[in-house]
Design a protein around this ligand. Structure first.
Ligand SMILES: Nc1ncnc2c1ncn2[C@@H]1O[C@H](COP(=O)(O)OP(=O)(O)OP(=O)(O)O)[C@@H](O)[C@H]1O
Length: 253
């Protein structure tokens, strides 16, 4: 399924956090949101997973305004891993991942054999099988992030919204996740700070900077020294990956 941010604006606490944002994904595309702190990446993503309502504009799922859908109906298609997620209850990992099945259920019936298989496959993909019986409160930051990824996978979404999903992950688990995003047919909207990993992962990048219209294009089109300087105020040297040709940024410290 495709996601469109159609003239999205968000006003909060007397400020316009996102202004008239237009972004259209293709089905199965991995689209990265990059930009400086406070440029509105999380705010835009929160509108997609319906933690926030836009003040103007809309989020469209295959052309239909998601605000016209019941929450449970949109959750059958859109799963999210937010940047910070407080979880004060010490559920087991397997129980948390099973919550991903909730939008597909009627009432509170126990998981069927097939659904347990979906949950287990989601735990395998996020490499948390060995943690299944642990309480989530005892987990490390990266382990907890992988549990939230597993819960999102268990939802079997057509659109995955990820807000800096690699920020607690070691390099093995970063690469493992990003490879999965590249090979799956799920449409992905992902906010990232690491521009090199973003370039290697995303079909297109939207470079947000405060209040301006984003530059949207392939990594090669938007990761130019001029554009990075305009958005972030630093000027990188850009080289090509020796095998893939993807642009990679280097900085003088
Ligand atoms: N509830 C709120 N009330 C007031 N201001 C808010 C609120 N939520 C976010 N903001 C502000 O909106 C701006 C955009 O925040 P947002 O979290 O979307 O940025 P971001 O691009 O995801 O940043 P980062 O890279 O730091 O994660 C920031 O200046 C932030 O302080």
């Amino acid at each position: 399924m495709s996601i469109t941010l159609d003239g999205l604006s968000v006003h909060l606490a007397g400020a316009e956090l996102v202004r008239d944002l237009h972004i259209e994904t293709a089905e199965g595309e991995v689209l990265g949101l990059v930009g400086p702190n406070g440029s509105g990446k999380s705010t835009a993503l929160r509108c997609v997973y319906r933690a926030l309502q836009p003040s103007r504009g809309a989020v469209l799922l295959d052309g239909a305004d998601i605000s016209t859908l019941a929450q449970r109906a949109s959750a059958r298609h859109i799963a999210a891993v937010p940047q910070e997620s407080s979880n004060d209850l010490d559920f087991s990992v397997a129980e948390i991942v099973a919550l991903g099945r909730f939008p597909h259920h009627r009432g509170n019936q126990p998981l069927s054999t097939e659904e347990r298989a979906v949950r287990d496959e989601a735990m395998r993909r996020a490499d948390v099988v060995h943690l299944a019986d642990r309480g989530v409160l005892s987990l490390s930051g990266g382990e907890r992030q992988r549990v939230l990824l597993a819960r999102a996978f268990a939802q079997q979404p057509r659109v995955l919204v990820l807000d800096e999903p690699t920020n607690h992950l070691d390099i093995h688990h970063q690469i493992r996740l990003l490879r999965q995003l590249r090979t799956d047919s799920t449409t992905v909207l992902i906010a990232m700070h690491d521009l090199n990993l973003a370039a290697a992962t995303c079909d297109r990048l939207a470079v947000l900077a405060n209040g301006t219209v984003p530059h949207i294009g392939t990594p090669t089109e938007v990761l130019t020294p001029e554009l990075i300087n305009e958005a972030f105020g630093v000027t990188p040297s850009i080289v090509r990956h020796p095998r893939t040709g993807i642009p990679q940024l280097h900085y003088d410290i």
